[in-house]
Design a protein around this ligand. Structure first.
Ligand SMILES: Cc1ncc(COP(=O)(O)O)c(C=O)c1O
Length: 348
């Protein structure tokens, strides 16, 4: 069977494994700065064999050609390097603030931050744009964008479209199949999945874009570490199982939270592992996040362990995000244990 015959679960488990007699089933970590000349690369900033299984499996999952980067931010940086000075870039106003900051800190760009769940307003902002950057659901507002419509409209406007697929993972959305030019990931989240890695990826089907992104990675040294690459590949082997379980937990917790009088609003798009819990009183929200024990008070998301934090505790978070919004990243623990912990912390 070729990877094209396989379902995503089987791709996650099997693609990128060595095949030669005597090879280990799991490709080894290659610690190298230089390689014997004559292969794909002779200096490890140009290529390391440990990147290959990772790029193969993510490429198959997203249905394109993947490149691994030092972080999600390094991957978005490579995408933004494609845009010439003076260009208009459209991006979500409630998406990951680190990405928005990369754009707004470039005075040479005309950056329009929009509510990507408002399809009409987003399309209006696309006029003359060189790049439309989408995130759906957004982090942390959990706004959902109409990706097929927005991708089509962006192409009509002559813009490139990049989609940060971190929150969905390729198991819940495949934006290249919807026509996007580039997909990016913070693999630090669901893909690696154990809160022990910082790594990013781009995926594209366009050979010219692939080459420009690859050149940017090489020339800026935005390369992933060998251990991080190996850990991310290993994390992806269980992505489907972790995601199914965490999503099941998230749905159950959302039901219980919606019945609870301890919260003022619940945001959940109906899928995924991230839940927004809004308390009108931000001090109460802060206290709750610090009062839990099984749910760890920590930033980041997508790990096997549940974490939560009040997003506005970060000075750079958008001021239009409610001060009492807690972003809960649901893990794979027992759901009753999670509920006991969350209910007690919210009542603290
Ligand atoms: C949606 C999203 N995209 C990109 C990033 C940046 O990724 P990294 O932290 O791996 O650089 C993050 C980090 O939180 C994120 O949540």
């Amino acid at each position: 069977m070729t990877p094209r015959d396989l379902t995503p679960s089987s791709i996650a488990v099997s693609v990128g494994r060595p095949h030669e007699p005597g090879d280990p089933l799991s490709a080894p970590i290659t610690l190298a700065s230089a390689l014997v000349p004559g292969g794909a690369a002779d200096y490890a900033r140009a290529g390391n064999p440990v990147w290959a299984p990772l790029e193969q499996v993510v490429g198959e999952l997203e249905k394109g050609q993947a490149l691994a980067f030092a972080s999600g931010i390094a991957a978005s940086s490579a995408v933004f390097s494609l845009v010439a000075s003076g260009s208009r870039v459209v991006a979500p106003h409630h998406g990951y603030y680190g990405t928005a900051k990369q754009l707004t800190s470039r005075p040479d760009l005309d950056v329009k931050l929009v509510d990507v769940s408002d399809t009409g307003a987003t399309i209006e902002a696309m006029s003359g744009a060189a790049l439309v950057w989408l995130e759906s659901p957004t982090n942390p507002a959990l706004e959902v964008a109409d990706l097929p419509t927005l991708i089509g409209a962006a192409h009509d406007a002559g813009a490139l479209v990049a989609v940060d697929n971190t929150f969905n993972s390729p198991l819940r959305a495949q934006p290249l199949e919807l026509g996007a030019d580039i997909v990016t990931h913070s693999a630090s989240k669901l893909l690696a999945g154990h809160s022990d890695v910082i790594l990013g990826l781009t995926v594209t089907r366009d050979p010219d874009l692939y080459e420009r992104l690859r050149a940017h990675r090489h020339d800026h040294g935005a390369i992933p570490g060998a251990l991080e690459s190996w850990l991310t590949t290993r994390g992806i082997r269980t992505l489907h199982v972790r995601l199914d379980r965490a999503e099941q937990n998230a749905r159950e917790l959302v039901e219980r939270l919606r019945e609870s009088t301890l919260v003022d609003e619940i945001r959940y798009p109906g899928f995924g592992t991230i839940v927004g819990i809004v308390l009108d009183d931000p001090h109460r929200a802060q206290r709750a996040t610090e009062a839990s024990s099984l749910v760890r008070y920590a930033t980041s998301l997508g790990g096997v362990e549940s974490t939560w934090e009040r997003r506005r505790r970060h000075a750079n978070e958008a001021p239009t995000i409610p001060a009492g919004l807690i972003r809960l990243s649901v893990g794979i623990e027992d759901v009753d244990d999670l509920w006991t912990d969350i209910e007690a912390a919210l009542g603290a």
